[in-house]
Each structure stands twice: as C-alpha cells, then as structure tokens.
Design a protein around this ligand. Structure first.
Ligand SMILES: NC(=O)N[C@@H](CC(=O)O)C(=O)O
Ligand SMILES: [Zn+2]
Ligand SMILES: [Zn+2]
Length: 434
C-alpha cells in the first residue's frame, strides 16, 4: 500500500510530507501529492519517530491467555507506537525450546500488528540449573537473538558464566533479571522506611546491585555482552557507569514505572503497585532519569506484565508482581524526560527506538527517517492529554498503575513496513489494509 503522511515533524523538526510505498520511505519533501489510491494521514504538525522497540514484554501466550494473548498484546503494542516487541520466556510451557519460540514467532506474524520476537529461556524451565538449548532456538524459524530467565535471576555464577560464553559464540544477547534470591526471600516491597512503616518484608537494593556487579565482572572476563533488565536503583546506575567506563559491553533498560513512580504509592496496600523489582525511592527515580538522559541507561523497556484480577486484587502478599506498560510508555517518557527537558524528541527516539534496536541487532528497526529506509514509524500528538482507563486498554488484563491519571502525548498512528497498524486509538485490521 501507499501512504502519504502530510505535515509531520520528524524528531520534532520542521514539518514535511512523507510518501511511503512498498514498505519503504519513498520521498520526503514539501507539498508532495498523493498518488491515486494512496492512503492519507494528516499529521497536523505531530511528531514523526521511528517505531518503538520493546526489549521486555510479557504476552502470556502460551499458558495464561486469560490475561493476554499474542493478539491482544500485539494490539496494545501497535496502539502504544511499537513496531517490534520481545516476548519474555516465562510462559507456560516456558519458551525453552524451539517448539515454543517458533510458535510465538509464527503467531506474531499471523497477527501482523507488530514484529513479535520470542525471547528464549537461558535455563530449562527457568529452573536455574541446566542451560537450555540456546543454539537450537537461535537456529529455528524465530532465529532467537535474546535469552532471559526474566521473572527469575540466573543466580548461579557458574551457569551465568557458561551462558555468557555460549551467547558470545552464538552472537546472541543474555538479559539478566538481577535479583539475588537469598536477599529477597519473602520480599514484598523496596526495603526502606515505607516498607518498615507498612510492615512489608523488604527487597533491598543490594539484591539487584550485587548481581549487576557480579555480571559486569563475568561479562568482562568472558568478553561477552550482557543486558540488565529493569534497572531500578541509583547504585545500579553507578555500577553501569563504572562498567561502561572500563569498556565492558553492558547495556541496561529502565521501565517507565521506575522513572515515574516511587514506593510512596504503597500506602493503601493496593497490589497494582506491586512489581519486580519494586518501586524504589524518589532519589532512585531522579538518578534513573539522569542516567537515561546521559546514556548510562541505554533504553526504556516496558516490562508489560498483565495479570488477572484474581491474581492482583487480593491480599498484598499473595498478589503477583507486574504492571501493564505498552500503551502508556510513551506518555510516561514524555512526562518524566521530555517535559522536564532531560530529553528532546531525538532523545526519545534514541531511548524508545534506536538503542533497543541496536542492542539486539534488528536491522530494520530504529532506523533514521530518510528515503530508502523501512517505514516502521510512529506519529505522536505531543499536545494531547488523556486519562488512563485500564478497562479501555487493549490488553485483556487491566492492571495499570496509572488508572485515572492524566498523561501527556498520544500515539495517533503506527506503521509497520508501510502498513498502518493503529490509527486514532484503534487497531487497523490487517484485512482492511491489504
Ligand atoms: N516485573 C514483574 O513484576 N513481573 C514479571 C516478571 C519480571 O519481569 O520479573 C511478570 O512476568 O509478571
Ligand atoms: Zn524481571
Ligand atoms: Zn519482566
């Protein structure tokens, strides 16, 4: 299909028209005329960015299709401005074989709203005792390029070392959920004054930082790359800063919720605020924002984690950790980074699109907006203000921590290889477009 986007501001710069044909950016200029039969998208001065890439999504298929499916999660992704998402391996069955990873890949293709890249498990059944067949998953139809036991930490140092060595020879990425399990037994909330006051068992910063420090050293000695999931503390930022200064190949993501929210949200004991790693203190959010602006933290990843009402609306200790994130990520990044002047729109493109695509080596995502590049794009209305309603989000689950909050900026359209996947808050059905 052919699409003419008019009056769009790439990275917030001067308005231009952008002609898209055969999945590519064909022409950029002023006053372009639409060829016959072309779809028209009037951006009306909205911001044009490369489509977002999420390195950390939970889609719950297979196993918990009552909370999210590849189809509903893909819809949430397209509506949130994403053109590629990495679906974590903690499904049921676990994505520890090519049978599962190839299924997720094929189902994502069938749905066709976003490129769904399965993440393979590092260890069999996420049990942390035996390496999964990384090579078989990497060689499958899905060509798995990222492995993680997310939800659990690969805490055995010998196993982590081997995983890093294998990953290096396979040229794939290991992403670590940094949580020393001996330090978080029974933990429910960030260890600090709020948890003490509320009587909640603490999840100390040291549980994250000790694993980050260890993995930095393991990666250094293996000459390997390692990626840190959902960095949440000021201390992790300092370790990353040190590691990068040594030339160690470490990258890290931060979630929107760790940029915006802190543990003061826990008074009231609403489990919607329960997440791993836990919401920290204001000082941590400040350090995380600065680190993201400086590039010490590489990118934003949602850790979109849908959960059923019965697993969330129950007593705090029993509730599952996790929050929805795909449809609110851009708005939270605008609120925490763009509005305060920590990032401009180029910076937003860097943390939501370019860096994540580079980290995992996607050749067709996070690309510059120039002629000849694949048309994986998102249009944003920077002046929109909207009120979050969990029930209105595309996910089956509705566990958003932003319920009733007014957030800035809204995705107005998403294009995957030149095909409109979302427009004005609605998913565009594939058949409608072809
Ligand atoms: N973040 C969470 O609190 N939960 C995630 C697992 C994870 O990311 O560790 C989930 O799968 O629900
Ligand atoms: Zn995790
Ligand atoms: Zn996760």
């Amino acid at each position: 299909m052919t699409v003419l986007i008019s009056r769009a501001r790439p990275y917030g710069e001067e308005p231009v028209d952008v002609l898209i044909a055969d999945g590519e950016i064909r022409e950029i200029g002023a006053g372009l005329t639409a060829p016959a039969g072309a779809e028209r998208l009037d951006a009306a001065g909205g911001i044009l960015l490369p489509g977002f890439v999420d390195l950390h999504t939970h889609l719950r298929e297979p196993g918990r299709e009552d909370t999210e499916t590849i189809e509903t999660g893909s819809a949430a992704a397209a509506l949130g401005g994403y053109t590629a998402v990495f679906a974590m391996a903690n499904t049921d069955p676990v994505a520890d074989t090519a049978v599962v990873t190839d299924h997720v890949w094929r189902r994502g293709r069938e749905v066709g709203l976003v490129d769904v890249y399965p993440v393979g498990a590092v260890t069999v059944g996420l049990a942390g005792t035996k390496l999964a067949e990384l090579g078989t998953m990497a060689a499958g139809a899905a060509a798995v390029r990222m492995f993680s036991d997310d939800g659990k930490c690969v805490h055995d140092p010998l196993l982590m070392r081997r995983a890093l060595e294998y990953a290096t020879s396979l040229n794939v990425l290991i992403a670590q959920h940094a949580e020393e399990p001996r330090l978080t037994e029974g933990a429910l909330a960030h260890e600090g004054p709020t948890a003490s006051r509320l009587g909640l068992t603490g999840w100390p910063r040291a549980a994250e930082e000790s694993i980050v420090a260890r993995d930095v050293i393991l990666a250094r000695d293996a000459g390997a790359r390692v990626h840190i999931c959902h960095a949440s503390t000021a201390g992790t930022v300092e370790l990353l800063r040190w590691a990068k200064a040594q030339g160690i190949a470490i990258t890290a993501e931060v979630t929107p919720h760790h940029l915006l929210l802190d543990d003061s949200r826990l008074v009231g004991y609403d489990p919607v605020n329960k997440v791993n790693p836990p919401l920290r203190e204001v000082g941590d959010t400040v350090a995380l924002r600065r680190a993201l602006a400086e590039g010490v933290l590489d990118c934003v990843a949602t850790d979109h984690a849908p959960h059923a009402a019965q697993d969330k609306c129950c007593e705090f200790a029993l509730a599952r950790p996790g929050m929805l994130g795909l449809q609110t990520a851009l708005s939270v990044v605008v609120a925490t980074m763009l509005t305060p002047g920590l990032l401009d729109w180029r910076g937003v493109a860097r943390v939501l699109s370019e860096r994540p695509a580079q980290i995992v080596g996607l050749p067709d995502q996070g690309r510059p907006i120039v002629v000849g590049e694949p048309a994986n794009l998102v249009l944003v209305d920077p002046d929109a203000v909207w009120t979050v309603r969990g029930a209105e989000l595309a996910s089956i689950a509705d566990n958003t921590p932003y319920e009733s909050m007014e957030l800035p900026a809204q995705v107005t359209a998403t294009l995957l290889r030149g095909r409109i996947t979302a427009r004005d808050g609605k998913v565009v059905d594939r058949s409608w477009n072809d």
